[in-house]
Design a protein around this ligand. Structure first.
Ligand code: SF4
Ligand code: SF3
Length: 540
C-alpha cells in the first residue's frame, strides 16, 4: 500500500504497511483499485453522455465510491471487493450501450478472481505515476474530487443535483488517466476549486431549503437522565429520520462531532428529544462513545476503529464500513431507513455519563450572521473588532493540534474567530466571550458550511467596498482529510491569498507544486503561535 491522502500520514510521507488511521494495507489497495475503476467508468460515461446515453446509475456510483474512500469512512475489505465487482459490471453495461474506444486500461481491466484483484490493486496505485509533480497534481485533483463527492452525496440525498458538477467530476477523473502537462493539471485543480464552491452552495441550498436556515442557538453540552442515541457524521437526512422514529419513546438524541450544527436548524429544533451535543470531535470517540452508554450511529466519516467494550453499540449507515459492526441499510423506494433496532437497544441502555456541562453558541451560517451584519460592521468601524481569523477545517488526534487551542487563547479580545468543521473543538469550549453580543467564536457549522464563511466575507467586502484580500481577515486553516482539500481549493479559486495551513503541509504536494501554490497564492505553513500571530497581522 501507499496512501498519503490525509494529514496523519506516517512521517508526513506516506503510510506503507498500515494506515495511521487503522486502514489495513489490503483495504488501501482495494480503494486504489476502486478509484481506478471509477476513472474507467468516468471515461465511458463521458462518451455515453456525448451520445445522449448518460448512465445516471454511474453518476451516483462514482460519487458514492469516491466518498467511501475518504479517510476514516470505510475500513471494510468485503465492501470494496463487492464494489469492484459492481463497478466492472456497470462499466461493461455502459460499453454494451455505447461503443467506446478503449483508450485506457481502466476501461478494460476485469477479473473476479481475488488473487488477480489484489495483484492488480498493487500495480495501479499512487506510485504508478513516476513523475513526482504529475503524481502530486493528479492526486491533489482526486482528493479534491473526493471532498466534492462527499458534499454532493449529501445534496443529492436531499434531491438537489447539478449536471455540471457531475460532468466535472467525471472529466477530472478521466483527466488523471491522460498525458496532461503540469499546467493542464494545475488548471483542472483550479477548476476543481471553482466547482467546489458550486458544490458547497448546492449543499447549502439543499440543507436550508429542507431544514430552514440555521438560527443562532445555545446548545446544551450536558446530559439528561433518559437513555440516549448518539448520532455522528455529516448526514442531516439520517438525523431527520432518526428524530422522527425516536419520538415518544423516552429516548434522547444527542449529536456528536460534525453533527453539532444540526442543533441550529429549525426543522430539528422542534424535536424536544434532540437534547444537545455530547463530547467533541471525532478522534475522541473511543473515550466518549465508551461513556455514552447508549447506541451510536455513524452516518459518515470520521470513524475510529472501535474498542471491543462498546463495539456492539456502534451502528453504521451510508458509505461507512467496518467489519463486525452493524449496518443500517439504505432507503428503498422512497421509504426511510429503519432505525428500530437502535431504538430498541437504546431503551435497554443506561443514560450517558456526564462529560461536559453548560452551553455553546452555534448557528452562525450566512443567513443568521448577515442578520446581525449591522452590529458586526459597527463593531469593525468602531475598532471593537480589529480582525477576524478564519480557523475552519478539521481536527485531528496528534498533539501538534494543541497549537490551535494555544493560538485561539493568544488572540486579543478584539479578534473574532470564524470557524466551520470539527476544527472548532480545539477552542469552542474555552469561553472566549463576546464583543457587544457577537461571540468571539462565530461557528458557521460543518466543514461544508465554510461556504457560509465565503458568503459572509463577500458581504463584508461589499459593505466596506474593498477586495476580499483587503478585508481584516486572516486565514489559519487546519486540515485533516479530503473535504478540507476541497475547501482549500475553493478558497484559492475565489482568489483568497496568504492562507496559513497546518498543522503540516500535505505530503501529496510535491516541492514544485508547493512552489506554484506559494507563488500564486502565498500559501504558508504554520509554525509557532508567537511567529504566526504577526505573520497573520494579528495583535496578541
Ligand atoms: Fe495513512 Fe491517512 Fe491514508 Fe489512513 S488515510 S492510510 S492515515 S494517509
Ligand atoms: Fe472532521 Fe472527520 Fe474533517 Fe467535516 S469529522 S471536518 S475531520
Amino acid at each position: 500500500m501507499f496512501c498519503y491522502q490525509c494529514e496523519e500520514t506516517i512521517n508526513n510521507k506516506g503510510c506503507t504497511t498500515a494506515g495511521a488511521c487503522g486502514k489495513k494495507g489490503d483495504v488501501a489497495n482495494l480503494q486504489d483499485l476502486l478509484i481506478y475503476l471509477m476513472k474507467g467508468i468516468a471515461i465511458c460515461n463521458i462518451e455515453a453522455r456525448k451520445q445522449g446515453k448518460n448512465n445516471e446509475e454511474a453518476d451516483k456510483f462514482i460519487i458514492d465510491n469516491l466518498f467511501a474512500t475518504i479517510t476514516n469512512a470505510n475500513f471494510d475489505k468485503q465492501y470494496f471487493l463487492d464494489k469492484i465487482q459492481e463497478a466492472i459490471k456497470l462499466r461493461e453495461k455502459i460499453k454494451d450501450d455505447v461503443p467506446i474506444d478503449p483508450q485506457h486500461d481502466s476501461v478494460n481491466w476485469q477479473s473476479d478472481n481475488e488473487e488477480e484483484i489484489f495483484e492488480k490493486s498493487e500495480k495501479i496505485g499512487i506510485l504508478s505515476t513516476e513523475n513526482e509533480d504529475i503524481r502530486s497534481l493528479r492526486w491533489l485533483l482526486i482528493y479534491g474530487l473526493k471532498g466534492m463527492a462527499a458534499y454532493y452525496h449529501h445534496a443529492y440525498a436531499l434531491d438537489k443535483m447539478d449536471e455540471d458538477i457531475i460532468k466535472f467530476m467525471q472529466e477530472g477523473l478521466a483527466g488523471t488517466t491522460k498525458d496532461l502537462s503540469a499546467d493542464e493539471l494545475v488548471n483542472l485543480v483550479m477548476n476543481c476549486g471553482e466547482i467546489g464552491v458550486k458544490t458547497m452552495a448546492l449543499l447549502d441550498k439543499a440543507n436550508t431549503s429542507t431544514y430552514g436556515n440555521p438560527e443562532i442557538t445555545n446548545v446544551n453540552i450536558g446530559v439528561r437522565s433518559n437513555p440516549g442515541i448518539l448520532i455522528s457524521g455529516h448526514d442531516l437526512k439520517d438525523l431527520e429520520e432518526l428524530l422522527k422514529q425516536t419520538e415518544g419513546f423516552g429516548v434522547d438524541v444527542y449529536t456528536h462531532g460534525e453533527m453539532l450544527p444540526a442543533n441550529a436548524y429549525p426543522a430539528f429544533k422542534k424535536y424536544s428529544h434532540l437534547v444537545g451535543n455530547y463530547g467533541s470531535s471525532w478522534w475522541k470517540q473511543k473515550e466518549e462513545f465508551e461513556k455514552f452508554n447508549g447506541p451510536i450511529l455513524l452516518t459518515t466519516n470520521c470513524l475510529v476503529p472501535p474498542r471491543d467494550s462498546y463495539k456492539d453499540r456502534v451502528y453504521m449507515t451510508g458509505i461507512v464500513g467496518f467489519e463486525g459492526l452493524k449496518y443500517i441499510p439504505d432507503r428503498k423506494n422512497g421509504s426511510p431507513k429503519d432505525f428500530s433496532e437502535i431504538i430498541e437497544l437504546a431503551k435497554k441502555c443506561s443514560p450517558p455519563e456526564k462529560i461536559d456541562e453548560g452551553e455553546i453558541t452555534i448557528g452562525f451560517a450566512h443567513n443568521a450572521t448577515l442578520s446581525v451584519a449591522d452590529k458586526i460592521v459597527e463593531a469593525v468601524k468602531t475598532s471593537k473588532i480589529k480582525r477576524f481569523v478564519v480557523m475552519a477545517g478539521c481536527d485531528g488526534r496528534r498533539t501538534n493540534r494543541q497549537y490551535y487551542t494555544d493560538f485561539a487563547k493568544a488572540l486579543s479580545n478584539d479578534t473574532v474567530i470564524l470557524t466551520a468543521g470539527c476544527a472548532k473543538y480545539r477552542y469552542n469550549k474555552l469561553g472566549l466571550g463576546d464583543i457587544d453580543g457577537i461571540p468571539r467564536v462565530i461557528d458557521a457549522g460543518q466543514c461544508n458550511d465554510s461556504y457560509s464563511l465565503v458568503v459572509i466575507a463577500q458581504k463584508l467586502s461589499e459593505v466596506f467596498g474593498v477586495e476580499l484580500n483587503e478585508l481584516p481577515i486572516s486565514y489559519n486553516i487546519s486540515w485533516y482529510e479530503q473535504k478540507a482539500v476541497l475547501v482549500l481549493l475553493s478558497l484559492l479559486s475565489l482568489g483568497v491569498k496568504n492562507i496559513m495551513l497546518g498543522p503540516t503541509l500535505p505530503a501529496f504536494v510535491s516541492p514544485n507544486v508547493l512552489k506554484i501554490l506559494v507563488e500564486k497564492f502565498n500559501i504558508q505553513p504554520n509554525s509557532t503561535v508567537e511567529n504566526d500571530l504577526p505573520t497573520l497581522k494579528i495583535v496578541a
